[in-house]
Design a protein around this ligand. Structure first.
Ligand code: CA
Length: 440
């Protein structure tokens, strides 16, 4: 596996002429995440780069010849209305764009700068509306946290929580891309057939009573593999365009009734929220870590899922956090309350293993396809990434400021995910937010 290099764009001393980028933001000049926004004027969709509290408009940069010299495909892709064409560019070209963006936004020592054009190329984030970053043709959700799989499995099968395939094959299911929405989109409580053990002797069709979130990372796919041609594990890392936050909203009472024998269906397909900014693999280079350390007795990955590079640096050290704000809490001025914290580096499978596995039978992945990691839970109770685990299926209710309690989500509840990467010697970078309010 080729590794993304740590280079001068990661230098902690770099500052931006956009002052807000130098003040402990999620989006310092070392980050440069990409997203798509809608302008308030023409309503057109444009690719932007988050910098501090602002957005650098790439179409406006093109118009002012600030991207001259970039590879032809990159130039054309930067004027597009989605990130798909950029995601189709090879990693060396994506890296060239990162270097140019870093120079455009540098306070000092830049070969080319956007500063004289600030009025034309820079917008305030609060004045634009973010939309989905890519045309997502296909979405697959994995189940890569062994702690999540064990916790959930032990509720369903106390004697046999982890099924025998878990340590051999990255488990996943094909999800639904049509209902992926950007952060901030309200999520309507779905109706479905409710597990009869909860609803009565026979199933009822009614609004879910056990609405949950799942704290996940989304992985945007770069490049393509032809149908029938697997991406080897040694190449799979370069197919990770970048990461975002992902909330796999889940109706547990519907899920329990429908999941056997073919897996989740309507319990998951009503909405999946993602954060609008995609933090690129290049930005994440300083925050890589070793793959899950398999204890003695666990099988080693089969050869097609194993490479020395991926084992050494295939994981992403991203700290995740979930907060909840109820309607009553907002009314009374209470801040959102933190529910749990976990880390993507604890996953049993790396993103490259997910990609190698997904394509290993010949399935083609396209630029802009999205993978979910599955709920990211850790060993501690405070690191459980969904309410099903945190409240043990609603039995241990969470106490909230103002005296409310929650087993599962109620209408008006807002779920907020955040994430960040920190490492000694590097500048902290963040992912922004993935929010969603439940509506009845
Ligand atoms: Ca999930």
């Amino acid at each position: 596996m080729k590794t993304t290099p740590i280079d001068e764009t990661h230098t902690p001393a770099l500052k931006s002429w956009v002052e807000s980028a130098n003040q402990g933001t999620d989006f310092p000049i070392q980050n440069l995440p990409l997203g798509v926004f809608r302008t308030s004027g023409s309503g057109s969709h444009r690719i932007g780069v988050a910098i501090g509290d602002s957005v650098l408009d790439l179409r406006a940069c093109l118009d002012r010849s600030l991207l001259t010299g970039m590879p032809t495909r990159v130039l054309s892709a930067c004027g597009d209305e989605t990130l798909n064409d950029l995601m189709a560019c090879p990693d060396v070209e994506r890296r060239a764009l990162r270097h140019r963006l870093s120079h455009l936004l540098r306070a000092e020592g830049a070969q080319v700068t956007a500063k004289p054009h600030a009025v034309e190329v820079l917008l305030a984030q609060r004045e634009v509306r973010m939309v989905l970053p890519a045309r997502i043709q296909d979405y697959t959700d994995f189940y890569a946290s062994i702690d999540h799989a064990t916790n959930v499995g032990s509720m369903m099968r106390p004697d046999n929580p982890l099924l025998p395939n878990y340590k051999w094959v990255p488990i996943g299911y094909h999800g639904r891309s049509s209902s992926i929405v950007v952060s901030g989109t309200p999520v309507k409580r779905p109706s479905g057939q409710i597990d009869p053990t909860a609803a009565g002797p026979t199933p009822h069709f009614e609004p879910t009573k056990l609405l949950d979130y799942e704290l996940e990372m989304g992985i945007f796919i770069a490049d393509r593999n032809e149908l029938g041609a697997a991406t080897p594990i040694t190449e799979a890392g370069s197919r990770i365009f970048g990461l975002c936050l992902l909330n796999d909203w889940s109706a547990r009472d519907v899920q329990k009734w429908e999941y056997q024998p073919l897996g989740p269906f309507l319990s998951k397909n009503f909405a999946t929220s993602i954060s609008p900014w995609v933090v690129t693999t290049e930005a994440l280079a300083p925050f890589r870590s070793a793959a899950f350390h398999r204890p003695a007795g666990d099988p080693q990955p089969l050869p097609h899922l194993r490479s020395a590079q991926d084992q050494a640096l295939g994981a992403f050290d991203v700290a995740l956090e979930v907060s909840l704000s109820t309607r009553s809490m907002r009314w009374h001025g209470h801040a959102p309350v933190k529910l749990s914290r976990s880390n993507v580096a604890s996953l049993y499978w790396t993103p490259a293993q997910m990609i190698a596995h997904h394509t290993s039978g010949g399935c083609n992945l396209n630029p802009g396809d999205l993978l979910g990691t599955g709920t990211v839970s850790g060993k501690e109770k405070a690191s459980r990434g969904c309410l099903l685990e945190l409240t043990t299926r609603g039995k241990e209710r969470i106490e909230l400021p103002g005296g409310e309690t929650r087993g599962f989500l109620e209408d008006g509840d807002e779920v907020i995910f955040t994430a960040s990467c920190t490492r000694e010697g590097f500048t902290r970078i963040g992912f922004g937010e993935c929010r969603g309010v439940v509506v009845g």
